[in-house]
Design a protein around this ligand. Sequence first.
Ligand SMILES: [Zn+2]
Length: 659
Amino acid sequence: MSSVARPIDVAWPQELQSSRAFDALAPSYDSLPNPLLALEQRYLERLLPSLHDRDVLDVGCGSGRWLTELARRRPRGLTGLDLSREMLEVARQKKLPGVELLHRSCTGTGMPDGSVDLLLSSFVLSHVGDLPRAVSELTRIARPGCGLFISDIHPEAQRKLGWKRAFHDATGVIEFETHRRSPRQVAALFAGLGWDVTVSIIAEFGPPERAIFEAAARLSRFHEAAGHPAIYLLHLRKRDAARPENSGNRMSLAGARCALGPEESTAASLRICNGAIDRIVANGYAETCASSGLEIDLTGYLLMPGMVNAHDHLEFALFPRLGNPPYANAAAWARDIQKNLASVIARHKAVAKEVRLWWGGIRNLLCGVTTVCHHNPPEPELQRADFPVHAIQNCGWAHSIAFGGDLRSAKAAALAGRPFIVHACEGIDDCARAELGQLDSLGLLDGDLVLIHGLAIDDDGAALLRDRGTSVVLCPSSNDYLFGVVPEVARLERIRDLALGSDSPLTAAGDLLDEIRFAIHNCGIAPPRAYRMATEAPASILRLTGGEGSMRAGAQADLIAVRDTGCTAARTLSTLSAAEIELVLVSGQVRLASSEMMNRLPAALSSGLEPLWCNGSLRWLRAPITQLDEVERVLGAGAVQLGGKPIRRPTAEEIAHAS
Ligand SMILES: [Zn+2]
C-alpha cells in the first residue's frame, strides 16, 4: 500500500489537543504498565483474522504497539498513521519492515478510495471530536468487505468508576480530551454508512491485569473495577454488494459465556451461518443474534473452541495399552510388542481398519476434540464429510528415524508449505539423544519440522530447535508409561511452539483431556499454557487456516460446551474430563450431546444422533454406533474399550432413565 498525494484535511482542534498530550506521553508510553492496553491486547489478538493478502491500516498507531503485532502476521501492506509526531518517531525507531508511517488524522487520512482491507482503531475514536467525519473517511478508504476492529474504554467504566484518561509528567497531570460514546452509538454511525457489526464484546479485567495493578500498588482500583466492563471491542465489516450476506442455514447459540482464549471470556450469543461463526454479540448489546433459524439456549454453559489434538494414530483407538515397560527408546518398545504381544495385536487388527478409524474419530469427539492430526498414511475414510471430527492428513509425514525409511524422500514428497511431522527423540538413551543430530545431518531441522515427543532433547538440543524454528508436540503420559520419565517443559520453553497430543491408546493414559490433566499435574504446565497447547498452538504448528482452536468471526464453528463454573476456560479445562463435555459442534453441526443437552436441542439439530454408553455416561453422537456390534463380534460383547474406557450400546431402560 503506498501513500498518494492527496490534500490532507485540517485536523479538528480536539484531535490536535490530544496529539500534543500524546507527544508529551510518547517517550514513556511503551514502558508505562497499562492494564487497559494489556486487557485489549489479549482479547483483540484473538479476534484478528489472517492478514495474508490484506492491506492493513492502523488508524492512530501511536508508538507502534499494534504495528509490531500486525507486521508479525505479514500482511500485504501495512501503514500506521497518527497525529502525534513524537509517537510516530517512537514507532519509526522500531524499524518494522515494510511499515509505512504517516503523520495524518483519521478524519483526513490522505489514502486513496477503496485501498484498505483491514482497519484497526485502538483506543482512538474516543479522542475524535467529529466522529461522523472520521466514519465517513474510513468508509471512503475501505474496500468492500473490509474489516474494522475498534477498541476503546467502555463509557460505563468512565462513568461509574470515574476513570480519567490522564497521565503525570514533570508539569503535573495532563488529561486527554475524550468523548464518551457507547459501542452501540459508535456502531450505529458505521451502520449508517454500510457496515455490519460482526463482533461486539465487552471485557473486564482479569488475572493478568491484577498483577499490573498490584505492581503499581493500585490493587484497590482493580477490586473497584471487578464486575464492571473495562473496554469494548467491535469488529465491523463493510458490506460487499458482490457478496451479499448469506441468509441460509443459520443457527444461534444464546446465553453462554464464550471463551475467546485461556483467560478471555465474554457473555455473548453466537450466530453460525453455513458452518462458520458469523456473529459474536455481547448479551444485551442490541438485537443479539437470534434473528432467524434455530437456536440452542446455552444459559449456564461455558462455550469454548473445540480442541486440536496435535498427535494421534486413529486406527489404534480400540487397542489397550501394550508393553512391558520400562524401555530405553520407542523402537525397543515397538519391537517388543510386535514380538511378544503379536496375538493381542492380531486380534484387534481383525476389526476392519475403516471401522477402527471411525472409532479413532469418536474417541476424539467424546473428549471435545474437533480437529485431530492423524499420524499415518492418508486414509480416504478420514476425508468424508461425516467423519466425526476434522482429520488433518495433508502434512508431510514419516514415522521415525528407525521406521520411517528415507526421510529425505518423505520430506520431498510433502506438499510445499506444509509441516513435516516425525516421531523423534522418543526415549531416554543415547539412541534417542542422537536423533536430533541425525535429523540435522539429513537437512530436516527447520521451521517446517514438527517433532513428536522430543523427550531426549537436552539444553543444546533445545537451543538448536529454537534457532531453527522447529516445533515440538508433547505426549507426556505416553512417555511416562514407556520410560517412566516426562518431558522437562522448562527446557523447551523457548522453542517456537509447543503443543499437546493424545497419542494412541497403545501408550497414552486416555484421551486428550486426560493428557491435559496429566501434563498440568506431572510436567508443571500452567493451565493457561495447557489451554493454548490444545487449541491455538497446534493450530499454528499445523498451519491450519480455518480458525481452528479459536472463537472469532469467520472461524469454522468447531465448538464445545461444558457447565459454567465461573472459572476461566484454562482453569475449567485443567480439571475437565470427557464426562463433562455436553455439546460438540463440528463445522456448525451437532456431533455430540449429553442427555441434558438433548432436552435443549431443537429436533432438527438432534435428529440422527445415536446413543453410546461410554465409561458411565450416556452420549448422543452423530456417528455409526451400530458398528459397535461388529467390533463386539471380534473383541467380545462387553469387552470393548475406547481409549482404555469401556463402551457399549445402552439399553432402552438406560436411555429412558438418562433422559
Ligand atoms: Zn505417535
